[in-house]
Design a protein around this ligand. Sequence first.
Ligand SMILES: C[S@@+](CC[C@H](N)C(=O)[O-])C[C@H]1O[C@@H](n2cnc3c(N)ncnc32)[C@H](O)[C@@H]1O
Length: 163
Amino acid sequence: MDLKKAFEVNKATWNQKTAIHFESEFYDKDAFAKAKNSLNSYELNALGDVKDKKLLHLQCHFGQDSLSWAHKGAVVTGVDISDEAIKLARKLSVDLGIPAQFVCCNVLETSNYIKEKFDIIFTSYGTIGWLPDLKPWAQMISERLKSGGGFLYSRFSSYRVDV
Ligand SMILES: C[S@@+](CC[C@H](N)C(=O)[O-])C[C@H]1O[C@@H](n2cnc3c(N)ncnc32)[C@H](O)[C@@H]1O
């Protein structure tokens, strides 16, 4: 498989999907703007108090969950391959007055773009299925996580792996 081409197609597809998702009932943008929360209780319970914690959100889409963590006090950086998603995440951050950083890159190349280390790394549903190989993904997570930090992969049920 030509991986470069596969990532380009994936990016183009997510660029098209971003606006559709933003307008969708599932992402309910008006409810989000009011509540400033899109996280599930099991995710909130899993991470507890995130105030002042540095949190890296992998494959953040257009940033609802990233901004939710930031609204809870975390210092958030979101990463996504879709430039349309990142553009919208940055706009939402400004519109809602919730500061967060957003970086557009292939998640597998995160360490080329971000050098800091994080207390928490978070990713949720609909993410790892787009990746051809989880070894570089796991390697990147280990590079970006502080010693003693936590990684949460929240599917629909969640589990936490302390590193
Ligand atoms: C189903 S969405 C994630 C939904 C997300 N869990 C949420 O809460 O909104 C999948 C996201 O993964 C991103 N993505 C797919 N492949 C990627 C890659 N190789 N690197 C970074 N982001 C990627 C897409 O651009 C898209 O925003």
